[in-house]
Each structure stands twice: as C-alpha cells, then as structure tokens.
Design a binder for this molecule. Structure first.
Ligand code: MSP
Length: 512
C-alpha cells in the first residue's frame, strides 16, 4: 500500500484563524482525502506554532501566561478546523513535551556534527516575522512583509552554519528537480542560495518562551528553528526511529510563499546537518488577496472599521461557513489555483456558488431525482453503456486523478464539473420529462445517475458531506469514502434498481 504524508505550516497562536489559514488547511485536507480514496495510508499533520517573542507579547497584552494564551488560541484553530470538516491525523503543538524532546535531540545532533557555533548577533528585527532583515531588504525602512517598523537587536547567541551548505543544497536541487514546486518557486529558492548564504542565529537569551538549548541553559531556540522540526517530531524523530523511517523523507510540505526561504533553504540544510534526508516535496502556494493585498488579520480589522467594506469582515471561516455552508466554502477555496495568488471577495463566492453549485450540481441532483420520481416510480435505472456521457466520464476520471496528484484541486474540480455539465446538457437535449416512460427514458436517467455517482466519488475530497448526501439520494449504500478510485469511478458502476430520493435543494440559489 502506498503511503502519503502531507503537512500544513503550523499556525502562530498570536492570531485567530482566518480564511488565509483555512486556504492552506482545506487544500491539504482535500489532497489527503484524495489519497485516502486511492487506498493509500495517509498521515495528515497540522498544528500550532506556540513559541517566540510574538506569542509572549500577545499573551502579555491579554494578561495571560504564554501557555494559557497558547492553549486558548490553539483550541480556536482546532475548532475552526472541525468547522471546516478537516480530517487531520495529528495536530501538533510545539509546547508539547514530545516536541521539546525531538527539537533537543535534533539540534544536539546538529551541534555534535559541528554545524552550530557561538557568536554575536546584531541586526534589524521584525517581531511579527520573527526574522532579521538587512537595510536593503526593508521597504521604506519598514518590514517588507508587514510594513511595520523593525528594531535594532544585539545578542550573543548560537549560529547555524547555513553557509556551509550552499554547495550541497545546489547539488540537492540539481538531483531533485521536482522537489520544490511550482518551478517559479524552485527558481526563487535557488536564487536565495546562489545569492550567498550566511550563518543564522538560532538561539535567544533575550526571552525565555522557547525550547531550552540542551547544551547551554541560558538560551532557548529561536522559534523558527523549533517550528520546522515539528514535521519530524510528529513521525517519531528521536523517539521511534522505525516510524520515522516509514514516513521520512517522502513528505509533502504545503506552505505559503512568504515562508519559502525557511522551508526550501533552511529546512533542507538543517536536515543535512542532522544527517537525515531533506524533505522530498515542497509545494509553495500563493496568497488569497483582497484588493491586491495579502489577507491578514490586521487588514481585516482595518477593513472592519469601514462600513462600506463590511463584507470583508465575513472572512473568518465560521462566518463564511454559517453563511454559505461548509462544503460551498471548501469548494470555493479549492477552486483558487494553488500555485498562484487569487483575489478573494464575497461577491466572488456568491458568483461561483450560483454558477457551479446551485445551477450546475444542485440543479442536476434535483432534476434527476424529480424525473426518476415521475417517470420511473422513484427507482433509478441502470446506465446506458453507450451513453455519450461514458466517454466524458472516462476522460474526466483520468484528468481529475492526474490533477489531484499534482496538487491542482482546481483542475481536478474543473474536470469533474465537465461531467456535471455533460449530464445537464444530455437532460436538456433529450428532455426525458416530456417522454413516455420506457427504455429511452431509462437510458437517459440511468446515465445521469451514473454521472452523479462518479461526480460524488471524484468530488468527495472537496465536499465530503455533500457527496455523501448525493450518494445516499441516488440509493447507494455507505459513503463515497468507502470506495476506491480509479476502479469504482469507471462507467457502469451504478447498479440500477435503487430507490432514488428527493430532498431539499443542496445549494439554494443566492440573490445577494
Ligand atoms: N508559524 C509559521 C509557520 C511555521 S511552519 C514550520 C507561520 N504561521 S502563520 O500563522 O503566519 O501562517 C502562515 C501560513 O498561513 C502561510 O504560509 C499560508 O499557508 C497561510 N496563510 C496565511 N495568510 C494567507 C493568505 N492570505 N493566503 C494564503 N495563505 C495564507 O508562518
């Protein structure tokens, strides 16, 4: 049985979960569900990043101890994911003892291998990035990511000899041309490496909210250094070597483009320094944008203050799912091409909801059930092996599988929706509601039911609850998740003779 290990970044607990975080998590969840449907053993990891100055500051602002604050915000992430039907296999918190142990054993190894040394660090620091910048990197004297002021910091700390890995990283990139995708992001990472690597400061004495350095208790590790290791902790690094070896290095890291350097340069070098293989797959996605800006908590708060921009306050995931339904929001997030930036707007959700979900999928489900009720006594007929839909279904099955496999849920769904469109066209051209009951009507309706069965299978990673409901309405036992692709998605699987039930519209049309 194949194995599939996928991760999201672990989210900072200084922010409440918003739709930008949901974008990554829903994509990872849908891709993980696809691999389960393929019959693979899947391990889907997400979690929260709970150390560092930023978290300590947020806690202090709320008059709380850092751990109590982290408990509260981490729970909010878990609640958000449960509200979006996210089926993760593990939720890691970096404050857990298992993580502290793994970080200490990982970095002790790097230290013992001679890649960590002591030195004096001076630089311009952005607390929100938890990262240092050079003068040249600043924009108008401010942090290039947040646009907020940076501060001068000086401290004695330990350095990781990133500079010692430039050649090995370039070699690794050469030998693994597909490791970082898309290619534009691979080139960006190569640009960082070729631009020259410097040793990086990886410990702090100025604050204490972090994992203690095992060989020097005056220091804690810099938050990024502990955070990246979560991917190793969760599969047993340092505690269960057999388990670790089963899952590593064939991981798939999904991450936003602003954390490319940490994942595609630092992390592979850290792995090399610890004597393990770098992660095999890194997929870098774009941002959801609102008016061309990254959709961040700060921006939401700012926009929330102006009445005419009220719609954007709806971008907390639960507000959106209460409004449109969980699967409609999952679908919307999954239709944004994963490798590039996408505009996100309330009107955009409404437009896609009406076009794809209400008019296409919802309409097909309702029409088929109604006509099966009036022309076939509510019993679904078997599909026609010669239906024009059979050829479309064959094509769509192959295309959707290839798209899911290359981390392109938007293309997988685009293909799947062609089968829905084909079934709607078949109904419109043959108008079974005007025909006398008989073999001709049966052939059309059986084929439309078969198209729905295949759609419910192929779209189930995106819309698990809706697809299970379609499955039930066309009379199939169990849920699509009990089946396997590609075999069960071949034309002819709908047996016929099943009771087809009507129900409330799956996606009532929106007027706003
Ligand atoms: N804690 C670090 C990651 C450590 S991983 C070892 C971090 N956390 S974060 O809370 O800021 O989350 C960043 C991630 O959230 C991005 O990489 C991306 O996956 C997601 N997104 C946050 N805002 C986003 C958008 N506006 N659009 C798309 N994804 C966004 O960085």
């Amino acid at each position: 049985m194949g194995r599939f290990f996928i991760t999201t970044p672990i989210y900072y607990v200084n922010d409440a979960p918003h739709v930008g975080h949901a974008y990554t998590t829903v994509n990872a969840d849908a891709i993980a569900r696809w691999h389960r449907l393929c019959g693979e053993e899947v391990f889907f990891l997400t979690g929260t990043d709970e150390h560092g100055a930023k978290v300590a500051e947020s806690a202090a602002e709320h008059d709380m101890a850092p751990l109590a604050w982290a408990d509260r915000t981490s729970a909010r992430f878990k609640a958000a994911w449960s509200g979006l039907d996210i089926a993760y296999d593990d939720f890691i918190r970096t404050t857990e003892p298992r993580h502290h142990r793994a970080v200490q054993s990982f970095l002790q190894r790097v230290y013992d291998n001679g890649y960590i040394e002591k030195g004096l660090y001076q630089g311009l620091y952005c607390v929100r990035c938890e990262d240092y910048y050079t003068e040249e990197q600043l924009i108008g004297g401010n942090c290039p990511v947040h646009g907020t002021p940076v501060s001068f910091m000086e401290e004695e700390n330990y350095f990781f000899r990133l500079d010692a890995f430039a050649d090995r990283l370039l070699e690794w990139y050469e030998e693994h041309p597909e490791a970082v995708r898309p290619a534009t992001k691979r080139n960006e990472a190569l640009g960082f490496i070729k631009g020259g690597l410097q040793r990086i400061s990886i410990t702090r004495t100025s604050m204490h909210w972090g994992v203690p350095v095992p060989w020097d208790d005056a220091h804690v590790f810099y938050v990024w250094y502990d955070a990246l290791i979560n991917y190793a902790t969760a599969i047993g690094y340092g505690s269960d070597e057999e388990r670790f070896a089963r899952w590593w290095p064939s991981v798939h890291h999904l991450l936003g483009k602003e954390i490319l350097r940490f994942h595609c340069v630092w992390w592979p070098a850290m792995c090399m320094a610890a004597g393990i293989e770098p992660p095999a797959n890194l997929f870098v996605h774009g941002w959801l944008l609102f008016g061309g800006e990254k959709l961040s908590k700060t921006m939401l708060q700012r926009l929330a203050r102006s009445a005419e921009e009220l719609a954007i306050t709806d971008v907390a995931p639960d507000v959106l799912t209460d409004d449109f339904g969980v699967d409609a929001i999952r679908y919307h997030l999954l239709r944004a091409p994963l490798g590039s930036d996408s505009e996100f707007s309330y009107d955009g959700i409404v437009a896609r909801y009406n076009a794809d979900l209400a008019n296409n999928l919802g309409n097909l489900v309702a029409r088929v059930a109604t006509v099966v009720g009036s022309k076939c006594g509510g019993i679904g007929p078997a599909p026609d092996p010669r239906s024009p839909l059979a050829a479309i279904a064959d094509e769509v099955r192959v295309e959707a599988a290839a798209a899911w496999a290359r981390f392109a849920p938007h293309d997988a769904l685009g293909a799947t929706w062609r089968l829905i469109g084909g079934a709607n066209s078949l109904l419109e051209s043959s108008e079974p509601w005007k025909m006398e009951p008989g073999p001709e009507v049966d052939a059309v309706l059986g084929s439309a039911l078969e198209a729905l069965r295949i759609v419910a299978l192929l779209a189930s990673p995106a819309m698990p609850a809706t697809c299970a409901e379609i499955w039930r309405r066309i009379g199939m036992a169990g849920t699509p998740e009990d089946r396997r692709v590609p075999d069960d998605a071949r034309w002819g699987g709908y047996p016929g003779g099943l009771a087809v039930s009507k129900g409330d519209p799956l996606f009532p049309r929106r007027r706003d």
